[in-house]
Design a protein around this ligand. Sequence first.
Ligand code: HEM
Length: 212
Amino acid sequence: MTLADPPTERLSVRLRTGTRPDHDAAQGSGFLDRLAAGSLPRAAYADLATQHFAIYETLEQAAGAMAGDPVAGRFVFPELTRLPALAADLDYLNAGTTEPLPATEEYRRRLREVAFTQPWGFVAHHYTRYLGDLSGGQYLGPAIAKAYGLDGAGHQFFVFDGVKPPAFRTRYRELLDEASFSPEDETLFLAEVTEAYRLNIAVLAELKERWS
Ligand code: HEM
């Protein structure tokens, strides 16, 4: 194969393979596993929910803006919406006045730049959050609930009513493979997923710093 040949692997496969190092850096950032082990105070978990609230508020506004777009709109699923669950979790956790971190504000700035108008930008950020929530999040949620004695309330963020995660992930990958990105936009999409991981890692690093 030469550089001029079109790629033969499906986009979902190239995406997953190409961003595995980014994923592993996010997974290994040292905050989420400490939460899962219960070795941080419960307020640290509430702080994560606060950062998530700020991020999903902007991401889900972008979903509203992109719902009618022929490419991005296919990824807008009302049943994924996380903001009401996060609001309920924060209410239950009595999260107090924790503010969005600088890295969270940077993440929101990037979302405003690319996710409200660019299908590649929206899908990149949508994939990185929601497919992560429907993958590792399905292990993390129960571990955190157990570690902090949460029984039903307080961890609704991890619970997707009406969604079967394995089937949903399969359908989502099909949607990625069917997405009609131009070659230029596909390159931008792949780069933006790496950027989305970087932004998530930065938030986790600041959380780790605040709670270590
Ligand atoms: C303790 C932390 C984490 C654990 C244990 C974890 C675990 C996993 C596992 C086991 C999968 C594969 C599931 C499957 O193939 O069926 C996965 C996929 C994924 N994770 Fe994570 N993860 C973590 C953190 C993160 C973070 C912080 C993000 C981004 C914000 C993320 C984003 C993703 C995405 C987008 C996928 C889907 C990859 C694909 O199939 O295309 N993960 N994760």
